[in-house]
Ligand binder design. Structure first.
Ligand code: ZN
Length: 660
């Protein structure tokens, strides 16, 4: 007789081993947190001497599920901003909120909340990727779950690191501290190819290889990302990563929605795991990963919920059902990814994708005892058919719910019994989460109330309160501006030719000012556009007054390079109205009586206005200086022989508005 700590009997055991052994009247013996034996009860009973027996009353006994890609702490951001495009969602909402709120406490609370949800839904192992990952790991281990925890490194400042060097140091310390933990496998997360530099990707790989740790990364999540990679690196992401040596690490590649077949084969050869996150991909309209092809090639494809902010729950039953259904709908082939395969992805294959297939993911002697009990005697999963051995997988994948999980064991310890959580104070967590949500709401409400605060949240905008003095004169078609400028008392410092395309966002409240997105194409002497720069300028309401024939403008301006697309800003700022202005601009910087001025000579194509416009302007930071320059500007206008035409105060936006 073999001694065991526990014998689970009267269960329908699904081992999820490579041969899918199943025992309708089965039993599982556990000793020292490991699986000692699994088989028919009639086989185990005579040879196992357990300290304790538990009657499973005919429930399904199967491996605990593996959530192979998530950001657990983001459970606190669940439902914060939905129905947005990935870049607006991530850069406009998630990252600014994370910068403001994500602290060790936030990560501890969010991770514990996520763990409670995952335990309820039968998840025994998760692959987490976040900040302050030491806090996440402590929370996960405290809840009794198994995890591959990856400390995030990227090129932007993050809530836990001002620079990628800091992030890397943090990752190293994390690996060192957690490397021999029984439940936690520490790992490095190079967030994504587009959020990391080559240097970061190389450094993260070296660190992961040094510690024999997994490297968790997002790849090919959106078509746009892949297109950018082709443009920027001259190739898709997988060959780019291979060239950098990243495939030498034990890779966990999340998403892979837009991988081509060659990339899949490369990942397979490198032994990489890939993680399918169907709900997140659908919600952010990223696409549908070609998992039938991945499975055909032999990749270990796991299933992950992604963070609760993009899902919005951590329900693996929903994910595995979607995985099975989408693969069929996407390929037009109802026989691909059968229920049994989907369940394998959420268990054994997921564990292999995380490079911990030796210790969890199936019920096999020697693996750790990560088990769940599932009650299928529910109205939504009845009746049952016994004709085909595969019908039990259909019931689980196509009709079972997370709430049908009654018990969960990880590493031989119960985390939930009869739907009661044993390691987490659920009521307290809900209360604390509600308090955090209240603070987040207040923060975003304040931020959304001002265009300026929204701008500062996404760009490094610099304010300059400045005075502008200008005279704008409307002239006929053939005004010889250069000839007029060529005179002994005017020094031309430089001249430029631009094509400028401006989009102005206007907001319902006039005191919000106007936001201008400008594409400045620098035009070469041969008339070709050479390079373009993109800038955002928020101008506050203008205070203007006539001053000795010139117009004195006083306003605050916030300047920032535009790092995103016009579409991004449109969706993020949601202006009430847009006005477009396009023009050819000849610009001179001149020196007149030891003072610098700008001369702009504009032809407008949008609104299409006949004639041309001459602007003489100066910008300064003091009112006294502005008043002094105003007098000189009037003089320059007269020198250029443009004084006969009426100077006017309307700007191009006003002209464009009238034209509409
Ligand atoms: Zn993710």
């Amino acid at each position: 007789m073999e001694k065991a700590d526990l014998l689970l009997l009267n269960a329908r055991v699904l081992t999820m081993d490579p041969e899918f052994h199943a025992f309708p009247d089965g039993a599982v013996a556990v000793r020292g947190g490991s699986i000692l034996a699994a088989g028919a009860l009639s086989d185990l009973r005579p040879r196992i001497d357990p300290q304790e027996t538990i009657d499973c009353n005919g429930a399904i006994l199967m491996p605990a599920l593996v959530n192979a890609h998530t950001h657990a702490a983001m459970a606190l951001l669940r439902g914060l901003a939905d129905d947005l495009r990935l870049d607006v969602w991530l850069l406009g909402y998630m990252m600014p909120v994370e910068r403001q709120f994500v602290s060790p406490d936030f990560v501890r609370l969010g991770t514990r909340l996520a763990c409670a949800e995952m335990i309820r839904g039968g998840t025994g192992t998760l692959a987490d990727m976040y900040y302050f990952e030491d806090e996440a790991a402590a929370a996960i281990a405290g809840a009794g779950l198994r995890a591959v925890c990856a400390q995030t490194v990227m090129k932007f400042p993050t809530p836990d690191s001002d620079s990628f060097e800091d992030g890397l140091e943090r990752a190293r310390a994390f690996l060192r501290q957690w490397k021999d933990h029984p439940l936690i496998v520490p790992a490095v997360a190079a967030h994504a190819p587009y959020t990391c530099t080559e240097e970061i990707l190389r450094a993260c790989t070296a660190l992961a290889v040094e510690y024999d740790a997994p490297l968790h990364i997002h790849i090919a999540e959106t078509a746009q990302e892949v297109e950018n990679a082709r443009r920027e690196f001259g190739m898709p992401e997988v060959p780019y990563l291979r060239n950098l040596g990243v495939l030498a690490a034990k890779l966990i590649a999340a998403h892979g929605v837009h991988l081509d077949e060659g990339e899949m084969r490369t990942l397979k050869k490198a032994g990489a795991g890939i993680v399918h996150s169907p709900t997140s991909n659908l919600k952010l309209a990223s696409g549908i990963a070609p998992i039938a092809k991945m499975l055909e090639i032999g990749l270990n494809v796991g299933i992950g919920t992604d963070g609760a902010a993009s899902n919005n729950d951590l329900d693996m039953f929903e994910e595995l059902r979607l995985a099975a259904l989408l693969a069929k709908g996407f390929s037009g082939n109802p026989v691909v990814v059968p229920a049994r395969t989907a369940l394998a992805m959420a268990t054994r294959m997921g564990a292999h994708a995380l490079h911990i297939g030796d210790r969890t993911g199936s019920i096999e002697p020697g693996k750790r005892a990560d088990l769940l009990l599932l009650d299928l005697n529910q109205v939504h999963s009845s009746p049952k058919f016994d004709r085909s051995p595969d019908s039990v997988y259909s019931r689980i994948v196509y009709s079972a719910k997370a709430g049908d999980v009654t018990d969960l064991m990880v590493d031989g310890k119960w985390l939930m019994r009869d739907r009661r959580l044993l390691t987490l104070p659920e009521t307290d967590l809900l209360q604390q989460a509600a308090e955090t949500a209240h603070q987040l709401d207040a923060f975003l409400t304040l931020r959304e109330s001002s265009v300026l605060s929204k701008l500062i949240a996404i760009e490094t905008a610099a304010e300059e309160e400045s005075f502008e003095v200008q005279v704008k004169v409307r002239l006929g078609e053939d005004f010889p501006v250069l000839a007029r400028l060529t005179r002994p008392d005017v020094e031309i410092v430089y001249s430029r030719h631009f094509r400028e395309f401006d989009t102005y966002f206007e907001f319902p409240a006039a005191d919000q000012g106007r936001l201008r997105y400008r594409e400045d194409q620098y035009v070469e002497e041969n008339g070709e556009s050479a390079s373009a720069r993109y800038r955002l300028t928020l101008t506050g309401p203008i205070h203007e007054r006539e001053f000795t024939g010139a117009v004195l403008l006083s306003r605050s301006r916030f300047l920032a390079p535009a790092t995103h697309s016009l579409r991004f800003y449109r969706e993020y700022f949601q202006p009430a109205r847009e006005i477009e202005v396009a023009k050819e601009r000849l610009r001179w910087r001149i020196r007149y009586q030891d003072t610098d001025f700008f001369i702009n000579f504009d032809h407008l194509s949008k609104p299409a206005l006949p004639g041309c416009f001459l602007e003489v302007k100066a910008r300064t930071w003091s009112r006294r200086d502005a008043e002094h320059k105003a007098g000189m500007i009037v003089e320059i206008v007269r020198l250029l022989g443009a004084q006969d035409s009426a100077a006017f105060k309307e700007d191009y936006v006003e002209l464009a508005t009238k034209k509409e």
